[in-house]
Design a protein around this ligand. Structure first.
Ligand SMILES: *Cc1c(COP(=O)(O)O)cnc(C)c1O
Length: 405
């Protein structure tokens, strides 16, 4: 094997000069095209991580690159003191393609959730409920790392050492309508959840649960907030995950794949809630900037192209059937989970060894929770690439079961 000096230089620099907030793998990726990325030594990988569900169209999609190049030569940033053409057009598209009436733009997922939390409180306040400010969120959720998002995130491991968190959140088990009803009080203003938990281990809600939740929120005048930061933009086989459940939320937060690889977030909401965001209530300097919006518009056009999402569903079904077959063969596999191209394999032991084996053999995957491998490839991934990954995982599990005997 070639000695990897190219990667090592960057690994050293990173360790010396950047905060150690990330458990990084010892490679530096320098180029990407479609489903492939290359490290600084020229080693090629097939990407089943997609920059954490960002590169849904693959790396450097030509339509996105062209849009960025064009916009970069025209206007990068002004301010929301003025009207911004790509922002207006992107908002038009997002509302046309979803339940939402209006969109607020920001720069990340956690910021989109901050906007949703603020809107929920402000809307309740505007309705005349002066003390209604609690939001019910779900165990194992993930809503980001700023204090609002972090406080909404019901996973202890992210909270350690950061007390006091923002007050006004009540945590209940996911997929449990009884628990929501029990947590509900005169202080509740909203229920917030992911219609497909990603970081929590890839768990999807039941159809009946979401239907009941929708009814309950409507009846009690609560906002139903869906965090679609990870599930959005074709990841689960429909443009947004909520569309597969036959219901609509009042608020939806977006980021990750929205910008085709650029940093952008959004909170989309319907009337009357969004009317509570009047001048002065919320803002973001870079929110809806021309560059990110131009990239997002180009990405959205590809995603909504003819047959694109139908193909994602087919690829997802194929991938899942291959994982199911694997589970029949290896008792170490506890469960196969997921929808579309947001899939997971839970093992009866830590999945780190399988991950490293995959990386050494040219496949990038990642772990959510210790025992679970998550697969979130570009939506353009081919059957052949899926077969290659399955073979590599299979080989690793084979080695593992042999080592045990
Ligand atoms: C990634 C993620 C976030 C946070 O997004 P950032 O852009 O990292 O702030 C929030 N919610 C969900 C569901 C996510 O997957």
């Amino acid at each position: 094997m070639k000695k990897n000096n190219g990667n090592n230089e960057i690994v050293r620099l990173t360790q010396k000069h950047t905060a150690h907030t990330y458990g990084r793998f010892p490679i530096a990726l320098v180029r990407g095209k479609g489903t492939r990325v290359w490290d600084r030594d020229g080693k090629e990988y097939i990407d089943f991580v997609s920059g954490l569900a960002v590169n849904n169209l693959g790396h450097c999609h030509p339509a996105v690159v062209t849009a960025i190049q064009k916009q970069a030569g025209q206007l990068l940033h002004v301010s929301n003191l003025y009207h911004i053409e790509p922002q207006a057009r992107l908002a038009e598209e997002l509302t046309r393609l979803s339940f939402a009436d209006k969109v607020f733009f920001c720069n990340s997922g956690t910021e989109a959730n901050e906007a949703a939390i603020k809107l929920a409180r402000r809307f309740s306040f505007d309705q005349g409920y002066k003390n209604r400010n609690e939001i019910v969120t779900m165990h194992n959720s993930f809503h980001g790392r700023t204090f609002g998002g972090l406080s909404a995130t019901a996973q202890k491991k992210f909270h350690t050492g950061f007390a006091p968190l923002l007050s006004g959140f009540k945590y209940v088990p996911f997929n449990d309508m009884g628990a929501v009803k029990k947590a509900f009080s005169k202080k509740t203003c909203a229920v917030m959840l992911e219609p497909g938990q990603g970081e929590g281990g890839v768990y999807f809600p039941d159809k009946n649960y979401l239907k009941e939740l929708r009814k309950f929120c409507t009846k009690n005048k609560l906002l139903l907030i869906f965090d679609e930061v990870q599930t959005g933009f074709g990841r689960t086989g429909s443009l947004f995950s909520y569309q597969r459940y036959g219901i609509k939320p009042d608020v939806m937060t977006l980021a990750k794949a929205l910008g085709g690889g650029t940093a952008i977030g959004a909170m989309a909401a319907s009337n009357p809630a969004i009317r509570s965001f009047v001048p002065g209530t919320h803002a973001a300097t870079f929110g809806g900037n021309p560059l990110a919006c131009a990239a997002a518009l180009a990405a959205l056009k590809v995603l909504t192209g003819k047959n694109f999402l139908t193909k994602v569903q087919k690829t997802g079904d194929y991938f899942k059937s291959r994982l199911d077959k694997l589970a029949e063969k290896f008792p170490a596999i506890r469960e196969v989970r997921g929808e579309g191209l947001m899939l997971a394999l839970e093992l009866d032991r830590p999945a780190g060894d399988v991950l490293v084996h995959c990386m050494q053999n040219g496949y990038l995957v990642n772990c959510v929770q210790t025992n679970t491998l998550r697969f979130i490839p570009p939506l353009t991934v081919s059957k052949k690439e899926i077969d290659g990954l399955i073979q590599t995982v299979s080989h690793s599990l084979d080695q593992m079961s042999r080592a045990k005997v």
